[in-house]
Design a protein around this ligand. Structure first.
Ligand code: HEM
Length: 291
């Protein structure tokens, strides 16, 4: 018989306050969205608003799941591995609510939904993203890891990076006029990816975080300017120069710079002395949607 473990317990069955708090926190956005819908705060387009908010939380949780491993390394806090799986599965749950609400919005006309997904590029991307998240969530259990075997499981779960790129593309294309939030999320994704790649190549955590903090903001600004130039035909240099204009609102690159700097500070504060470094255990990889 399959034994279900309580999500707030450690593997050894002991209660984990960290897991309990994170588990409860994952329900807060859903409860807030439901509250806003019930109190009429999302009128007149209640379902449309709910589609947007669940989509935003799906991508935020996916990004948070991808943050867990770099934070474990950078902040030397291996216990975080315990929450990676649940944050990743939450991304899938919010994405599923997002898709279900879309079906509700289309008055359950499933053939119409299928044709829309097939015909509209951003919906096709959204659907592929959802399928990918479903595959990762379904193989996140301990039993599935044992069944697939470590290396095969790891290969399958490295799909999460491609899935995140597709999610960001879906976010970007549907945003139409203002791509500030998707560009900012893309910038955070770049910070995390650079960190992973550079640490894998042997750089110390603080060095990889420093490189990410320096490179990611200008890259974010370039992506933003290129997007507006290609899609909205707004001159490339006009958008790029807005990043250094003090009269303009805070640009996505500025938020990415803040995020990258915060991550760098954490890695610097938690930097272990060189002599102790070899004694620090690298945490064992565990199941998750976001690795
Ligand atoms: C079959 C799957 C999906 C469908 C049918 C779908 C559909 C939609 C629709 C209709 C919108 C609103 C577009 C508009 O108002 O013009 C949207 C927005 C969005 N979707 Fe999806 N989506 C899917 C999958 C996903 C997945 C898997 C994610 C994230 C992991 C995601 C994240 C988002 C985000 C972040 C937004 C923008 C929300 C906002 O800015 O307010 N979607 N999606």
């Amino acid at each position: 018989m399959v034994q279900l473990k309580a999500p707030w317990n450690e593997r050894n069955g002991r209660f984990s306050p960290l897991k309990a708090v994170v588990f409860a926190g994952l329900f807060v956005p859903a409860a807030w969205i439901a509250y806003l819908a019930a109190t009429g705060a999302l009128e007149p387009k209640v379902v449309t608003e709910m589609i947007h908010r669940t989509g935003q939380w799906a991508i935020r949780f996916l990004t948070l799941a991808l943050l867990v491993t770099p934070l474990m390394r950078g902040a030397r806090y291996p216990k975080l591995v315990a929450i990676r799986r649940m944050v990743g599965v939450a991304a899938f749950a919010y994405a599923s609510a997002h898709l279900s609400l879309y079906i509700v919005d289309q008055h359950f006309a499933l053939l119409h939904v299928v044709s829309e997904i097939a015909l509209r590029f951003y919906l096709t991307i959204g659907f592929v993203t959802w399928l990918g998240l479903a595959a990762l969530a379904a193989t996140s259990t301990d039993a599935m890891i044992r069944r697939l075997g470590g290396p095969r499981w790891k290969t399958l779960h490295s799909l999460v990076y491609g899935i995140a790129v597709l999610a960001l593309l879906h976010f970007m294309i549907q945003a139409k006029a203002d791509v500030s939030e998707p560009v900012m999320m893309t910038g955070f994704f770049i910070v995390l990816m650079l960190f992973r790649v550079l640490v894998k190549r042997g750089l110390p955590a603080w060095g990889a975080a420093l490189a990410g903090a320096i490179v990611s903001p200008p890259l974010t600004a370039l992506i933003e300017a290129a997007w507006y130039a290609l899609v909205r035909h707004i001159p490339f240099w006009e958008v790029l120069s807005a990043n250094v204009d003090p009269d303009m609102a805070f640009r996505p690159s500025a938020y990415v710079a803040l995020g990258g700097a915060a991550f760098l500070i954490v890695t610097l504060l938690r930097r272990a002395p060189a002599t102790r470094r070899s004694a620090i255990l690298v945490p064992r990889p565990a199941a998750s949607v976001g690795r």
